[in-house]
Write a protein that binds this ligand. Sequence first.
Ligand SMILES: Nc1ncnc2c1ncn2[C@@H]1O[C@H](COP(=O)(O)OP(=O)(O)OP(=O)(O)O)[C@@H](O)[C@H]1O
Ligand SMILES: [Mg+2]
Length: 339
Amino acid sequence: MRDMPLISVEGVSKRFRLPRTASDILTGRPPAAVHALNNVDLEVHRGETLGIVGESGCGKSTLARCLVRLLEPDEGLVRFDGKDIGLLPQAERRAFNRRVQMIFQDPYSSLNPRMSVRQVLSEALSVHAMRPKADIPARITELLGLVRLPADAANRYPHEFSGGQRQRIGIARALAVEPEVLVADELVSALDVSVQAQVINLLLDLQERLKLTVVFVAHDLRLVRHISHRVAVMYLGKVVETGPTEALFATPRHPYSKALLDAAPELDPARQTRVAAARGELPNPLDLPTGCLFNTRCPFAFERCFAERPNLSNRGPAHFAACHLTDFGKPTPATIAAQ
Ligand SMILES: Nc1ncnc2c1ncn2[C@@H]1O[C@H](COP(=O)(O)OP(=O)(O)OP(=O)(O)O)[C@@H](O)[C@H]1O
Ligand SMILES: [Mg+2]
């Protein structure tokens, strides 16, 4: 039997209501809402790196924010260590806020330009009373060492650092409170490729040394493949496939995952020519298709796909896909031999 997941997302939906338009008011219609998450199920296991991928707008950041409770789901719940985080009493909620840390894409906007690195880290250490006051300077040096920055970085201000260094400061700030989980949303997307590798290697090293659980949201599939033990593919606010990284990349079991992987190099936002991961237009998240969310673009859709929305079902060891075509991508003896 597998361990109880450290985090489990159960049937989470999130809508963003748009401002009422004049025609809404005239017709008495309720304002339109973006269906950002639609009945998401997902597990994160202790000590693993879970990669979350999918095209822009599919709900990755919304899901990451629901995981750390920056956003409250409209339906469903998120459990941490078995407990519904929406129902935690205040003391446990504070502990949750410490144990699960989010690192943001843009260290320019997440670091206060008027605070030195020492102030940034001291603040993080004091908010959760991590160390007695006298031990703070030594801990700051230690944290900077962990992210491979020199001790004198403490006296400097965010603008004095490069993008990659700033991202390390963000990581040090997250680590200051000794979290168990890091949720990284597009951690390195804003960095040059050479700098990306350094930050990623640092993250891999820290994960192993500190036994962290990492949720890694990214556009770049090669990067996700490199660092994740497991991957979740999202489409229109739903997890459509999850599985061990190598199994999912070798034999995707959902037609959307296959299309996404086939389009992979062009998904990199750094490239100008972005190719859609599937034929046809992405449906409007204000007005979702009935049945399978992918039915408007799926070349294999049949009657049932327009009537009934598929749930995740088992496709192999720890491998799940939400598709009525249960044989889609099924490995043949030849593909197994090639792996
Ligand atoms: N605060 C908001 N108000 C209205 N709509 C929102 C809000 N935040 C997100 N959305 C919408 O919800 C959907 C999911 O957005 P989200 O940012 O989670 O996608 P994403 O997968 O992170 O995209 P990207 O890869 O571009 O970062 C999109 O249609 C987006 O426009
Ligand atoms: Mg995002």
